[in-house]
Design a binder for this molecule. Sequence first.
Ligand SMILES: Nc1nc2c(ncn2[C@@H]2O[C@H](COP(=O)(O)OP(=O)(O)O)[C@@H](O)[C@H]2O)c(=O)[nH]1
Ligand SMILES: [Mg+2]
Length: 205
Amino acid sequence: MEGLKAEFVKSSAHPKECPPMDRPEYAFIGRSNVGKSSLINMLVNRRTLAKTSGTPGKTQLINHFVINPDVPAESWYLVDLPGFGYAKVSKKDRSKWAKTTEQYLLGRKNLVCVMMLVDARHPPQKIDLEFMAWMGENSMPFVLVFTKLDKLNLEEKAGFLPRYEAEMLKQWHRMPPVFATSGVDGAGREELLQFIATTNATVDF
Ligand SMILES: Nc1nc2c(ncn2[C@@H]2O[C@H](COP(=O)(O)OP(=O)(O)O)[C@@H](O)[C@H]2O)c(=O)[nH]1
Ligand SMILES: [Mg+2]
């Protein structure tokens, strides 16, 4: 597995503290424990770029990493957004999360695509469907990234996508691009990086 050059840029408590909007940006979002940090580390092929955390819901920071910092034409920001839906988070923290995240998502002009992570083991969750509906209402491009594929048996591997589609197509005319990934065995890595490279080539900076 080829590594990507990736550097931590900064953690921002507020969208206005984020780095300059000078290159394409991809934001990774999902419920706490969905495997976001593991996926990010798998993509850049580093064990500890994004902390895989035993205390979900604690960090409420927008974390920017720059990929390929030395190759302007291939450089992009990877953003690790705070997870949502963690039961033990107070109502106050939850509304702070929503406010910060919405402001970030709506205000970030260089945001090319949101990577919406869902755990392939679980049936569609209300909170995920609602968040995708919100992105749709706000014309925000996103792709659906299933995580933890290595935890599925053959039968489950055949069944998780049709099950998800059946639910989503009650709300949507068509499916977004879909990726099936595993932070453990690297499944989906090439496909996701290829999608990002192809998309980067279509945007001007
Ligand atoms: N088997 C398996 N476990 C995973 C995978 N991704 C994450 N995990 C585990 O799920 C838990 C949460 O992962 P983490 O990346 O910290 O989730 P985050 O809260 O979304 O950042 C950890 O115990 C990880 O080891 C995966 O692809 N396969
Ligand atoms: Mg994490």
